[in-house]
Design a binder for this molecule. Structure first.
Ligand code: NAD
Ligand code: AHE
Ligand code: ZN
Length: 375
């Protein structure tokens, strides 16, 4: 609370659809129950692009995007006990206060403490810690990791082992944890048939985790043929390109044909609502479960015949893999250090902060799994 405002560089998105712009930004000291973090590395997730593009109904501008970061605590506000100056940390877009109805329910990782202000692009007290030329800039997902310094709520950050390389474990801030949790927290994957729609970082993580927990068949589905080798490298047993099916053949019908009635589990990792429908309908009658992980644009809706559900298929979704970040992240980092969780394989590209737009370009090019930005 006695700290000074820090002047540093950040990538600011001034308006929906615009490229990010490197700006000199003033970052105010952390107030009570807030933590200021020097961000060293951050991944670029498709969700950053989704909000940048203007497709996010919660999108606010100007904004500092980024939610897959790793850094070091620079200073803490009054009342902060969970992290200390110098701790290596991962910001959490899914907070964990351990006090709210959600946290205490034991049924969900969603936390109610800061979500409302987070969605409004401000800190819990309703104000922003970022200014450019005296003008406030919005926070994003409670993390804003595309800034050399950021301020987060103390319930939105977790300390991790200092020996863990931050240029890798930053991906635990979103992609790796999201996909790991979506599989590990779903009972019954061992010995089952699984289909994964979309082989980006999220889909690959689902494939890899399904392989680790012992799924018997893992069918990867992607419209980009270059994703076949990626999918197989991380444990897919088969690959299907929906574009290569005979004219008029739906992907769900093809999958039902080759699996004697459909999949036990499917995952949407595309964010495309038509793909979500295919993933649900590819499920086996009586018991198939489809998990929506992808994030769809404003105005998009999912649909299917209710008969699909009446006849025993389940449609569900998952945010941050159902993982409670403050409680579970240290173990995930340890699992990575022990070689039980893959991360290095996903980092196909790196960029410097001043070329962060190049990282967005890499993502669109299709051969990039994750681009990690060196801040
Ligand atoms: P990505 O762009 O790297 O990967 C998406 C993949 O889907 C690509 O390989 C693309 O070729 C493929 N694809 C596109 N259209 C397809 C189609 N019609 N059929 C089959 N494949 C198709 O994205 P990502 O970073 O891996 O993220 C995937 C999705 O997950 C995004 O929507 C993202 O916003 C969302 N996400 C959700 C959570 C969560 O907590 N629920 C967390 C992270 C990301
Ligand atoms: N603002 C968006 C919400 C998008 C969304 O669903 N986000 C996921 C995380 S994506 C990470 O890459 C999530 O955690 N959702 C739960 C939550 O509370 O936001 C929209 O579409 O309105
Ligand atoms: Zn993400």
């Amino acid at each position: 609370t006695t700290g000074k405002t820090i002047t540093c560089k950040a990538a600011v998105c001034w308006a929906a659809g615009e490229p990010l712009k490197l700006e000199t930004v003033q970052v105010e000291p952390p107030r009570a129950n807030e933590v200021r973090i020097k961000i060293l590395h951050t991944g670029i997730c498709h969700t950053d692009e989704y909000t940048r593009s203007g497709n996010d109904p919660e999108g606010l501008f100007p904004v500092i995007l980024g939610h897959e970061g790793g850094g070091v605590v620079e200073s803490i506000g009054e009342g902060v006990t969970s992290v200390q100056v110098g701790d290596h940390v991962i910001p959490l877009y899914t907070a964990e206060c351990r006090e709210c109805k959600f946290c205490k329910s034991g049924k969900t990782n969603l936390c109610g403490k800061v979500r409302a202000t987070q969605g409004k692009g401000v800190m819990p007290d309703g104000s922003s810690r970022f200014k450019v030329d005296g003008k406030p800039v919005h926070h994003f997902m409670g993390t804003s990791t595309f800034s050399q310094y950021t301020v987060v709520a103390d319930v939105s950050v977790v300390a991790v082992d200092k020996k863990a390389p931050l240029d890798k474990v930053c991906l635990l801030g979103c992609a790796i944890t999201t996909s790991w949790g979506a599989v590990v927290k779903q009972d019954g994957i061992k010995g089952s048939n699984v289909a994964v729609f979309g082989v980006g970082a999220i889909g690959l993580g689902v494939i890899n985790t399904a392989n680790v927990v012992g799924a018997s068949r893992i069918i990867a589905v992607d419209t980009n043929p270059d994703k076949e080798s990626w999918a197989k490298k991380l444990g897919a047993t088969e690959f299907v390109n929906p574009k290569e099916l005979p004219e008029g053949k739906k992907i769900q019908d093809h999958l039902i044909d080759i699996t004697d009635g459909g999949l036990d589990f499917t995952f949407d990792c595309t964010g495309n609502v038509h793909v979500m429908r295919s993933a649900l309908e590819a499920c086996h009658k009586g018991w198939g479960v489809s998990t929506v992980i992808g994030v769809a644009a404003a105005g998009q809706e999912i649909s299917t015949r209710p008969f699909q559900l009446v006849t025993g298929r389940t449609w569900r979704g998952s945010a941050f893999g159902g993982v409670k970040g403050r409680t579970e992240m240290p173990t995930l980092v340890k699992d990575y250090m022990d070689g039980k969780i893959k991360i290095d394989e996903y980092v196909t590209h790196t960029q410097k902060l001043d070329n962060i737009n190049g990282g967005f370009k890499d993502m669109h090019a299709g051969e990039c799994i994750r681009c990690v930005v060196d801040m």
